[in-house]
Design a protein around this ligand. Structure first.
Ligand code: FAD
Ligand code: EPU
Length: 336
């Protein structure tokens, strides 16, 4: 067990904010994880993947445990599907590209999402018309209180929009060890997401493949999302709110071009980026904290912003959107 004291987490979060972990350790297998969680049982523990969906607003008490469980293998193959199991510490984008290169179809729309495989089920990552749950077969997780490993299927994980059981009843209690995906040998492409459809049309693509979809998704993402290596950020700061149709109709009276997407019966989803932009925040900067000028849903750290400053900006935006539209934006990222 190798535990370091007073470690800067700046290299371990894509916002690039400087906070310190009281104690920090890396685990590469289940046994190391068991040992560390037993050592830390009466302390606070926080499990870190790639740090691309967290905002640290203060130093972290207790033990920060970084998941570096590796390994990618095919576990089953049928005439229709390939089942591929990846260690939680593998990089998500690396896994996507590996599948794309083999021609295995199903996760190409999720290319270039930063972070680890093990964090993907936490908020059921999604982009360009699909979510992890669409190609998820199962996972193994270590339950800290029970000290045992369990297997969970799609239903057990209670996936929703940017949600799962790991954000509710199992929050802080389960550590994901590996994830198994079910990919298709016969493709079923998802290209209805407006920006993706348009980009494929503009490129004149007629012969679809996982590779061309992944490449196009990456081009769109690079054109509107900041690269965390250059400008600190954690992707969308808030979730897109789901509101009753009658609420949306009130908004549409004043804003006839307001965008919305159908959701559950009687409800629609409104892009939070649009709400934030209408309130005038797009491109706003205070010190080194800002609202990105190409995508208003992304808050950024231009250099030395603190987590508190970024959070203060998020709260100002949240209050403003609420006073203008009567909609309370809910953070998507994990704020500590
Ligand atoms: P971390 O930030 O390290 O952790 C996130 C949460 O998961 C924390 O609460 C942590 O405790 C928990 N956790 C991490 N690993 C485990 C584990 N093995 N077991 C249990 N708990 C764990 N997300 C999308 O859904 N769609 C997008 O299109 C998207 N685009 C993004 C673009 C950019 C530029 C950035 C910076 C982020 C984007 N994100 C997107 C958010 C982020 O990439 C995902 O949420 C990703 O899954 C986070 O992975 P991570 O390993 O960095 O998680
Ligand atoms: N829009 C604006 N102004 C903006 C940004 C967006 O008006 O500054 C409006 C436009 O109408 C645009 C619409 O919002 O057509 C949708 O924008 P975009 O396609 O960029 O998607 P999004 O809803 O802002 C969501 C996810 C992203 C994901 C993309 C692509 C959430 C919270 N965010 O963003 O996920 O990559 O769709 O599918 O659902 C993340 O979770 O971190 C993330 C980046």
């Amino acid at each position: 067990m190798n535990i370091s004291e007073h470690i800067s987490l700046k290299p371990f979060n894509t916002f690039g904010v400087e906070v310190f972990a009281e104690q920090f350790a890396v685990f590469t297998n289940e046994n190391e994880l068991k040992e560390l969680t037993e050592y830390g049982h009466n302390r606070k523990m926080f499990f870190l993947g790639g740090g691309s969906n967290v905002l640290f607003t203060k130093d972290l008490e207790g033990l920060v445990l970084k998941n570096e469980i590796r390994g990618i293998e095919i576990t089953e193959e049928t005439s229709e599907h390939i089942f591929i199991k990846a260690g939680a510490g593998e990089e998500w984008h690396h896994l996507v590209m590996l599948c794309v290169q083999q021609g295995w179809q199903g996760i190409e729309n999720l290319a270039l999402i930063p972070g680890s495989v093990g964090a993907a089920p936490i908020q059921n990552i999604g982009a360009y018309g699909i979510e992890l749950s669409d190609c998820f077969d199962g996972l193994q997780a270590y339950l800290i209180p029970e000290k045992k490993i369990i297997t969970m299927n799609n239903e057990d994980c209670r996936f929703g929009y940017r949600n799962s059981i790991f954000k509710t009843s199992l929050k802080g209690k389960a550590v994901i060890l590996n994830v198994t995906l079910r990919l298709n040998k016969t493709p079923r492409y998802h290209i209805r997401y407006h920006a993706l459809k348009m980009a494929l049309e503009n490129k004149g693509v007629t012969d679809l493949s996982p590779a061309i979809i992944a490449e196009t998704v990456m081009e769109i993402r690079r054109s509107k999302l900041p690269d965390p290596k250059i400008i600190g950020n954690a992707g969308s700061f808030f979730k897109n709110p789901v509101v009753e149709i009658k609420h949306f109709e009130c908004i549409a009276k004043d804003y006839p071009s307001a965008p919305s997407y159908p959701d559950k019966d009687g409800w629609v989803k409104i892009p939070a980026g649009w709400l934030i932009e209408q309130c005038g925040w797009k491109g706003y900067r205070k010190g080194d904290a800002g609202c990105y000028d190409k995508q208003a849903l992304v808050l950024v750290n231009y250099g030395n912003a603190t987590g508190k400053e970024i959070l203060e900006l998020a709260i100002e935006i949240q209050n403003n959107v609420f006073s203008v539209f009567g909609i309370k934006l809910e953070p998507e990222i994990n704020i500590l």
